[in-house]
Design a protein around this ligand. Sequence first.
Ligand SMILES: Cc1ncc(COP(=O)(O)O)c(C=O)c1O
Length: 330
Amino acid sequence: MKNNVIENRYDLGFFPTPLQPLHRLSEVYSGYSIYIKRDDNTGLATGGNKTRKLEYLIRLALNESCDTVITAGAQQSNHCRQTAAACAVAGLDCHLLLGGKKPARYDGNLLLSSLLGANIHFTGAHRKGEDIQVIKMKLQDKGKKCFVIPYGGSNFTGALGYVHAVEELQKQLAEQDLKIDYVFFPSSSGGMQAGLTLGAELYQLDTTLMPVNIDKDETHGLSLEEVVFGIVREGAGIFEIEREFHLSDISVIRDYDKAGYGVVTDHERFAINLLARTEGILLDPVYTGRACYGMLDYLKKRKIEPGSNVLFWHTGGLPSIFNYSTDLYR
Ligand SMILES: Cc1ncc(COP(=O)(O)O)c(C=O)c1O
């Protein structure tokens, strides 16, 4: 049962992504051994964590004989850019609902989504898919068979990408004879966190998940914990997991989201500069810059046990750097 669900995906990315030690960064935070999982290299139109989710979502869209995919996000949405690319690969029409007004100039992810052939609708204050049903009805009236991917690709189907990713990580840890004590990653629409939570249970990954919250706003009236819990509970039923999950089992680190979604502060700048200059690795200003700063702050303050092996799960997002150039380059 588990294997049937996990194997039913549409091939979009380059897997496994590398699992690497960060030697020079570990010297800066002495007492810790820091590793990185390179989901910025998943391969689909500059990569990122959504490629894993889309392998399952696009498979379902094709199984349901849909010809059109609709999804939503911010103008610099990595999810939307990767959805546009996945639709191009699968031969599906793609409609993106992006918050804000049409800008005078397209750059970063917005430029790439457009190059990848997406039909773009600007939806003002609505950046989390509030208008999806309106667009869906219009497209249906034109005879289209639509498949809706929720904000961030975060439902049970999308989360399967990170259930599968845990299996992939477990194999790499066994090959490298390595145990990871803590896994830090950005959590925003919740699908990655839900998938990792389910995967950790299914594949007995003995590690503590350290999701760093990115967006302090709720999604459709739900907190991030509630969204993650909903997906985990559904998945636990489908996979017949014995453990009973409670909302209190789902936690997120909320110490680094105060500036608001997409606002670059000294925190993000610090992490981006340090990773670039010690390891030649580029983080993004919205997600990985913020989450990596959270991890570095935990290490600096010794909030987790010295001697631990710590993994940063890089989730991509590079194209938005070009939209934030004035915030990053001073
Ligand atoms: C680069 C990047 N990292 C992390 C996330 C958060 O993943 P999730 O939405 O599954 O919580 C996103 C979501 O858009 C993202 O684009």
